[in-house]
Ligand binder design. Structure first.
Ligand code: BTN
Length: 257
């Protein structure tokens, strides 16, 4: 079935599963998946992140959630990542967290420590029947994390950040904010019009406007003044060489200097 906006979620709550995104792909494979299906779990044994990393998913400590999207036409995966990131940032703030930042491409941080991550996946995309699974993990109640995870990078949770909340509260808050954000990507407000709003919101949330930023692409790092970020047009920086444009799929990291 194809999309019908606005987003209307239907939740399937799992107990202990491999991965909520894997459950979403299983439903896509057996033909039972519908647009707006949400899979949540108490715990994941094979929670995964970007670049083959694992997502530590202890029982009842985090929100582990995957949304199935069956849009009428292919979408930009980067737009889905940005939309979900903004929804998570808004959710964390609504739960009382301060200093919640977005870090390109898919991290939500508090004071430089990872609070949440987003993984947008599709498998064997058929342009005639596109599908996406938007996986979101939010650290909610953890007081500590496995030592090897803490050794890899700083991590945090809403509890650690002084914003204790239940997983159920975070889920409800997130779904309420995710629906309008996903609608911006699925938008029926005219070509590109909703995406422009999303781009504006993302740039404002990151505080990029007119600031110096550093972009990392495969060929190395480039610094310049931020000019614009367009999901279809790429990132434009004013550098000593003039304006340089970077397609978003090249952008591996993007930070304020
Ligand atoms: C990342 O930061 O690298 C992305 C992490 C995404 C984790 C979530 S938890 C729910 C969903 N199921 C998974 O296996 N992964 C995503």
């Amino acid at each position: 079935m194809s999309t019908s906006s606005p987003m209307d979620f239907r939740c399937t709550r799992h107990g202990h599963v491999d991965s909520t995104s894997e459950r979403a792909f299983a439903a896509l494979a057996d033909g039972s998946a519908r647009h707006g299906d949400v899979h949540t779990a108490l715990a994941q044994s094979a929670g995964r992140g970007r670049l083959g990393r694992r997502w530590v998913s202890a029982p009842g400590e985090g929100l582990y959630l995957s949304v199935v999207l069956l849009p009428a036409a292919p979408l930009l995966a980067s737009a889905l990542t940005i939309a979900a990131g903004l929804a998570v940032q808004e959710t964390a703030r609504a739960c009382g967290a301060r200093g919640v930042q977005l870090k390109w491409p898919n991290d939500v941080l508090i004071a430089g420590a990872k609070l949440a991550g987003i993984l947008v996946e599709t498998r064997g995309l058929d342009a005639a029947r596109p599908h996406y699974v938007v996986g979101i993990g939010v650290n909610v109640g953890q007081e500590s994390f496995p030592a090897e995870l803490e050794a890899e990078r700083p991590v945090t949770s809403l509890r650690r950040a002084g914003a204790p909340s239940s997983v159920q509260e975070v889920e409800a808050a997130l779904l309420a904010r995710l629906a309008p954000r996903l609608d911006q990507v699925l938008g029926e407000g005219g070509p590109g019009c909703e995406l422009q709003g999303l781009e504006r919101d993302y740039v404002a949330a990151c505080g990029f406007a007119r600031r110096r930023v550093r972009v990392r692409v495969q060929a190395g790092e480039v610094e310049g003044r931020f000019v614009s970020l367009q999901l279809e047009g790429g990132l434009v920086l004013a550098t000593e060489q003039g304006e340089e444009r970077f397609p978003l799929e090249w952008v591996r990291a993007l930070d304020l200097v």
